[in-house]
Design a binder for this molecule. Structure first.
Ligand code: NAP
Ligand code: ZN
Length: 356
């Protein structure tokens, strides 16, 4: 446990430019405000967004940046007014560390869509009170307002719990929003961190689940993860046979691509949810939408829904498939993630940083 001090010097890993890669960096965590919780991070998952952000793929990275928004750990200290968490509690932080908590969207437990300047990102964000930069979970510890700190149920091992904070909730939220349940036919495009959670969660909700993947090598895995079918997205005859079949396509593909083939797979009123690509779309002929197909997107999930998802995973024994790495191996992990050579989420053991 760390004694409460004014500030906390903290070891981290971050990037200083699009070309720098992610390397050791010293940062300072703020001294505790009355409503703050200090978390000693035990594990942090590696999301493809971390790689996009470190390299400035989306054009809005402000350097230096410390990625990491799949954070779990133990409460090390609390501010004077904190009531939700106690020292020693197993806790977690996802993609946001603050929002206004007052606007219409925050009122509806959709803090990720805060109308007052947007949610404050766990990294690459600006603290709403002092204007400082936010730094993420590739670090020993983090300080966060208590409302944005979630409980990790006892049934969830810490390392496996980490990816739930982004990959888990980003898949769970659209499945809930579009009422997936028994009888639903769900396709998951891209079998990576988000995709494999989408498969497990949709199957647990009772849906018939199909994986749409470029990687023939994942055909066997798809079934192990709980999918009922696998379609090789490069094989036009396989996908054509399922035209008009699905209620929901959860599209996790992280790069610019034509979404039209996935719209053809939808039933009337079926929904394609984009959670991966953040980019201009290649031109889309709207004729396909006139078949009453819905094309939409979804961003993470609100605080209450994220807690609900953690509790759901504990109750249904749903855990991501992870490979644990040392902080020092981050660059290799990024390279392998980009090559889709990970089954299915890297998780950093933060003792490797703490003890370095
Ligand atoms: P990931 O683990 O790298 O998985 C992405 C999967 O997409 C890959 O395993 C691969 O699956 C497929 N894929 C990769 N490159 C492709 C390409 N060039 N063409 C077609 N398919 C490709 O990534 P992730 O962590 O799941 O994240 C996926 C995306 O979601 C990222 O862009 C990330 O930034 C975004 N994201 C969004 C939110 C949100 O709130 N909306 C939250 C978290 C992440 P196959 O081998 O099966 O084809
Ligand atoms: Zn993420």
């Amino acid at each position: 446990m760390v004694a409460a001090t004014n500030e906390y010097p903290t070891k981290a890993y971050g990037a200083t430019s699009p070309e720098s890669g992610v390397g050791p960096m010293d940062i300072t965590r703020r001294g505790l405000r009355d409503d703050d919780v200090l978390i000693e991070i035990s594990h942090c998952g590696i999301c493809h967004s971390d790689l996009h952000s470190a390299r400035n793929d989306w054009g809005f990275t402000k350097y230096p940046i410390v990625p990491g928004h799949e954070i779990v750990g133990t409460v090390g200290a609390i501010g004077e007014a904190v009531t939700r968490h106690a020292v020693g509690d197993r806790v977690a932080i996802g993609c946001m560390v603050d929002s206004c908590l007052e606007c219409n969207h925050c009122d509806r437990d959709l803090e990720q869509y805060c109308l007052d300047g947007g949610m404050t990102g766990t990294y690459n964000g600006i603290d709403r009170q002092d204007g400082s930069k936010t730094f993420g979970g590739y670090s020993e510890r983090i300080v966060c307002r208590e409302e944005f700190v979630l409980r990790v149920p006892d049934a969830l091992p810490m390392a496996e719990a980490a990816p739930l904070l982004c990959a888990g909730i980003t898949s769970y939220s659209p499945l809930r929003t579009w009422n997936v349940g028994p009888g639903s036919k769900v396709a998951v495009a891209g079998l990576g961190g988000l995709g494999h959670m989408g498969v497990k969660l949709a199957a647990a909700m009772g849906a018939e689940v199909t994986v749409l993947s470029r990687s023939e090598s994942k055909r066997v895995d798809a079934e192990k993860l709980g999918a009922h079918a696998f379609l090789n997205s490069s094989d036009k005859s396989e996908t054509k046979a399922k035209a008009g079949y699905f209620d929901l396509v959860l599209n996790t593909i992280p790069v610019r691509h034509d979404v039209t083939p996935y719209l053809h797979l939808l039933k009337i009123d079926g929904v394609q949810v984009l959670v991966g690509m953040i980019d201009m779309m290649p031109e889309l002929h709207t004729g396909v939408l006139l078949g009453r197909k819905v094309l939409t997107g979804s961003g993470i999930g609100g605080l209450a829904e994220t807690q609900e998802m953690l509790d759901f995973c504990a109750e249904h024994e749903i855990l991501p498939d992870i490979e644990t790495i040392a902080m020092q191996d981050i660059q290799t992990a990024f390279d392998r993630m980009e090559a889709s050579d990970i089954k299915y989420r890297f998780v950093i053991d933060m003792d490797s940083l703490r003890n370095s």
